[in-house]
Design a protein around this ligand. Structure first.
Ligand code: SF4
Length: 221
Protein backbone atom coordinates (compact mmCIF):
# COMPACT_ATOMS: atom_id res chain seq x y z
CA UNK A 1 0.00 0.00 0.00
CA UNK A 2 2.95 2.35 0.65
CA UNK A 3 4.07 1.81 -2.93
CA UNK A 4 0.60 2.71 -4.16
CA UNK A 5 0.58 5.90 -2.09
CA UNK A 6 4.00 6.83 -3.53
CA UNK A 7 2.80 6.26 -7.09
CA UNK A 8 -0.32 8.33 -6.48
CA UNK A 9 1.82 11.19 -5.17
CA UNK A 10 4.14 10.98 -8.20
CA UNK A 11 1.17 11.00 -10.57
CA UNK A 12 -0.85 13.75 -8.91
CA UNK A 13 -1.34 15.56 -12.24
CA UNK A 14 -3.11 12.55 -13.77
CA UNK A 15 -5.19 12.21 -10.61
CA UNK A 16 -6.00 15.95 -10.77
CA UNK A 17 -7.30 15.52 -14.32
CA UNK A 18 -9.97 13.15 -12.99
CA UNK A 19 -11.20 15.69 -10.41
CA UNK A 20 -9.17 14.88 -7.29
CA UNK A 21 -6.65 17.22 -5.67
CA UNK A 22 -3.93 15.73 -3.49
CA UNK A 23 -3.45 18.29 -0.74
CA UNK A 24 -3.40 18.74 3.05
CA UNK A 25 -5.14 16.01 5.07
CA UNK A 26 -7.94 18.26 6.36
CA UNK A 27 -8.47 20.44 3.31
CA UNK A 28 -11.83 20.36 1.51
CA UNK A 29 -9.96 20.93 -1.76
CA UNK A 30 -9.49 17.17 -2.34
CA UNK A 31 -13.01 17.31 -3.80
CA UNK A 32 -12.10 19.03 -7.09
CA UNK A 33 -10.81 22.14 -5.33
CA UNK A 34 -14.01 22.87 -3.36
CA UNK A 35 -13.64 25.14 -0.36
CA UNK A 36 -16.40 23.98 2.02
CA UNK A 37 -18.00 20.91 3.52
CA UNK A 38 -21.40 22.23 2.37
CA UNK A 39 -20.42 22.21 -1.32
CA UNK A 40 -19.06 18.67 -0.99
CA UNK A 41 -22.30 17.46 0.58
CA UNK A 42 -24.63 19.16 -1.90
CA UNK A 43 -22.58 17.94 -4.88
CA UNK A 44 -22.52 14.38 -3.50
CA UNK A 45 -26.32 14.31 -3.81
CA UNK A 46 -26.29 15.88 -7.27
CA UNK A 47 -23.56 13.82 -8.92
CA UNK A 48 -25.40 10.50 -8.95
CA UNK A 49 -25.99 9.68 -12.67
CA UNK A 50 -25.03 13.20 -13.73
CA UNK A 51 -22.02 14.80 -15.43
CA UNK A 52 -19.68 16.40 -12.92
CA UNK A 53 -19.42 19.59 -15.03
CA UNK A 54 -23.18 20.15 -14.67
CA UNK A 55 -22.89 19.66 -10.90
CA UNK A 56 -20.12 22.26 -10.68
CA UNK A 57 -22.23 24.72 -12.67
CA UNK A 58 -25.12 24.31 -10.23
CA UNK A 59 -22.82 24.74 -7.21
CA UNK A 60 -21.48 27.96 -8.79
CA UNK A 61 -25.03 29.26 -9.30
CA UNK A 62 -25.95 28.43 -5.69
CA UNK A 63 -22.84 30.26 -4.53
CA UNK A 64 -23.70 33.35 -6.62
CA UNK A 65 -27.07 33.38 -4.85
CA UNK A 66 -25.56 32.85 -1.38
CA UNK A 67 -27.15 29.41 -1.20
CA UNK A 68 -24.12 27.10 -1.20
CA UNK A 69 -24.83 26.20 2.44
CA UNK A 70 -26.81 23.11 3.36
CA UNK A 71 -28.74 24.89 6.11
CA UNK A 72 -29.75 27.80 3.86
CA UNK A 73 -31.36 25.32 1.46
CA UNK A 74 -33.65 24.17 4.30
CA UNK A 75 -35.39 27.56 4.19
CA UNK A 76 -36.07 27.49 0.45
CA UNK A 77 -39.29 26.17 -1.02
CA UNK A 78 -39.09 23.04 -3.14
CA UNK A 79 -40.04 24.63 -6.52
CA UNK A 80 -37.22 27.19 -6.13
CA UNK A 81 -34.71 24.47 -5.36
CA UNK A 82 -35.93 22.49 -8.38
CA UNK A 83 -35.27 25.55 -10.56
CA UNK A 84 -31.65 25.70 -9.39
CA UNK A 85 -31.20 21.96 -9.97
CA UNK A 86 -32.74 21.90 -13.45
CA UNK A 87 -29.43 21.21 -15.31
CA UNK A 88 -29.09 17.98 -13.26
CA UNK A 89 -30.56 14.60 -14.18
CA UNK A 90 -33.50 13.61 -11.96
CA UNK A 91 -33.51 17.16 -10.58
CA UNK A 92 -36.92 16.85 -8.94
CA UNK A 93 -35.95 13.76 -6.93
CA UNK A 94 -32.61 15.29 -6.02
CA UNK A 95 -34.21 18.58 -4.96
CA UNK A 96 -36.55 16.66 -2.66
CA UNK A 97 -33.65 14.66 -1.19
CA UNK A 98 -31.40 17.67 -0.68
CA UNK A 99 -34.23 19.63 0.93
CA UNK A 100 -35.06 16.79 3.28
CA UNK A 101 -31.35 16.39 4.15
CA UNK A 102 -31.01 20.15 4.70
CA UNK A 103 -33.94 20.11 7.14
CA UNK A 104 -32.41 17.13 8.94
CA UNK A 105 -29.08 18.99 9.27
CA UNK A 106 -30.85 22.09 10.58
CA UNK A 107 -32.76 20.06 13.17
CA UNK A 108 -29.54 18.39 14.30
CA UNK A 109 -27.85 21.75 14.86
CA UNK A 110 -25.54 21.97 11.83
CA UNK A 111 -23.40 19.98 9.44
CA UNK A 112 -20.58 19.53 11.96
CA UNK A 113 -23.00 17.71 14.30
CA UNK A 114 -24.05 15.34 11.51
CA UNK A 115 -20.73 14.54 9.84
CA UNK A 116 -19.29 12.42 12.64
CA UNK A 117 -18.83 8.64 12.69
CA UNK A 118 -21.39 8.12 15.48
CA UNK A 119 -24.09 9.61 13.25
CA UNK A 120 -23.41 7.25 10.32
CA UNK A 121 -26.47 5.05 11.07
CA UNK A 122 -28.65 8.17 11.09
CA UNK A 123 -27.08 9.43 7.86
CA UNK A 124 -27.93 6.12 6.20
CA UNK A 125 -31.58 6.62 7.08
CA UNK A 126 -31.80 9.80 4.98
CA UNK A 127 -33.34 9.49 1.55
CA UNK A 128 -30.68 9.23 -1.18
CA UNK A 129 -27.83 8.50 1.22
CA UNK A 130 -26.32 5.08 0.57
CA UNK A 131 -23.11 3.77 2.12
CA UNK A 132 -20.88 5.22 -0.60
CA UNK A 133 -22.35 8.72 -0.26
CA UNK A 134 -22.39 8.60 3.55
CA UNK A 135 -18.79 7.43 3.82
CA UNK A 136 -17.53 9.83 1.14
CA UNK A 137 -19.05 12.87 2.84
CA UNK A 138 -17.86 11.64 6.25
CA UNK A 139 -14.29 11.38 4.96
CA UNK A 140 -14.05 14.44 2.69
CA UNK A 141 -16.53 16.88 4.28
CA UNK A 142 -16.37 15.66 7.89
CA UNK A 143 -12.71 14.61 7.99
CA UNK A 144 -13.69 11.38 9.72
CA UNK A 145 -11.37 8.34 9.41
CA UNK A 146 -13.49 6.04 7.26
CA UNK A 147 -12.70 4.44 3.90
CA UNK A 148 -15.58 4.60 1.38
CA UNK A 149 -16.14 1.47 -0.66
CA UNK A 150 -16.60 2.15 -4.37
CA UNK A 151 -16.65 -0.02 -7.45
CA UNK A 152 -13.55 1.76 -8.85
CA UNK A 153 -11.53 1.10 -5.67
CA UNK A 154 -12.74 -2.49 -5.48
CA UNK A 155 -11.83 -3.26 -9.08
CA UNK A 156 -8.40 -1.59 -9.06
CA UNK A 157 -7.34 -3.00 -5.68
CA UNK A 158 -8.55 -6.48 -6.66
CA UNK A 159 -6.50 -6.37 -9.85
CA UNK A 160 -3.42 -4.82 -8.25
CA UNK A 161 -3.34 -7.35 -5.38
CA UNK A 162 -4.52 -10.33 -7.46
CA UNK A 163 -7.12 -11.00 -4.79
CA UNK A 164 -10.72 -10.64 -5.88
CA UNK A 165 -12.59 -8.80 -3.17
CA UNK A 166 -16.16 -7.62 -2.80
CA UNK A 167 -17.17 -4.05 -2.06
CA UNK A 168 -18.08 -5.18 1.44
CA UNK A 169 -14.59 -6.62 2.05
CA UNK A 170 -12.74 -3.59 0.72
CA UNK A 171 -12.77 -1.25 3.77
CA UNK A 172 -11.64 -4.14 6.03
CA UNK A 173 -8.73 -4.84 3.67
CA UNK A 174 -7.69 -1.17 3.80
CA UNK A 175 -8.04 -0.98 7.60
CA UNK A 176 -5.82 -4.07 8.03
CA UNK A 177 -3.12 -2.81 5.69
CA UNK A 178 -3.02 0.93 6.27
CA UNK A 179 -2.70 2.84 9.55
CA UNK A 180 -5.70 4.99 10.47
CA UNK A 181 -4.85 8.28 8.83
CA UNK A 182 -6.95 10.86 6.97
CA UNK A 183 -4.30 11.60 4.35
CA UNK A 184 -3.78 7.90 3.55
CA UNK A 185 -7.51 7.17 3.29
CA UNK A 186 -8.03 10.21 1.07
CA UNK A 187 -5.11 9.60 -1.26
CA UNK A 188 -6.03 5.92 -1.65
CA UNK A 189 -9.66 6.74 -2.41
CA UNK A 190 -8.68 9.49 -4.86
CA UNK A 191 -5.90 7.50 -6.52
CA UNK A 192 -7.86 4.27 -6.90
CA UNK A 193 -10.84 6.24 -8.22
CA UNK A 194 -8.64 8.06 -10.72
CA UNK A 195 -7.02 4.84 -11.99
CA UNK A 196 -10.41 3.16 -12.18
CA UNK A 197 -11.81 6.00 -14.23
CA UNK A 198 -8.82 6.64 -16.51
CA UNK A 199 -7.27 3.19 -17.07
CA UNK A 200 -8.75 0.25 -15.21
CA UNK A 201 -11.89 -0.15 -17.26
CA UNK A 202 -14.23 -3.05 -16.62
CA UNK A 203 -13.83 -4.98 -19.87
CA UNK A 204 -10.54 -3.74 -21.34
CA UNK A 205 -8.11 -2.15 -18.89
CA UNK A 206 -5.50 0.12 -20.50
CA UNK A 207 -2.57 -1.42 -18.64
CA UNK A 208 0.05 -0.18 -21.10
CA UNK A 209 -0.80 3.43 -20.15
CA UNK A 210 -1.48 2.87 -16.44
CA UNK A 211 1.08 4.16 -13.91
CA UNK A 212 0.35 1.20 -11.60
CA UNK A 213 1.48 -1.36 -14.14
CA UNK A 214 4.77 -2.16 -12.43
CA UNK A 215 3.03 -3.07 -9.16
CA UNK A 216 -0.11 -4.67 -10.58
CA UNK A 217 -0.62 -8.44 -10.41
CA UNK A 218 -3.20 -8.33 -13.20
CA UNK A 219 -0.59 -6.97 -15.55
CA UNK A 220 1.71 -9.98 -14.87
CA UNK A 221 -0.88 -12.72 -15.32
S1 SF4 B 1 -2.17 -2.09 -14.65
FE1 SF4 B 1 -4.10 -2.61 -15.69
S2 SF4 B 1 -5.23 -3.93 -14.29
FE2 SF4 B 1 -3.60 -2.92 -13.12
S3 SF4 B 1 -4.58 -1.15 -12.22
FE3 SF4 B 1 -3.66 -0.49 -14.14
S4 SF4 B 1 -5.24 -0.69 -15.71
FE4 SF4 B 1 -5.89 -1.87 -13.89
Amino acid sequence: MNELVGLFQENRDIIRSTGWVITDPKSYAWWDGFDSADKIVISAFLVQLTKWESVKRVIRTLEENSLAKVESLADLDLPSLETYFKPINFYRTKARRVMSFARFVKEMGGLDKVLVLEKRPLLLKQEGVGEETADSILLFAGNQPIFPSTEYSRRVLSRVTGRDMSKRELPGFVYSNVQQDLYLYKILHAGLGAVGKAFCLLTKPKCDRCFLKQVCEYNYR
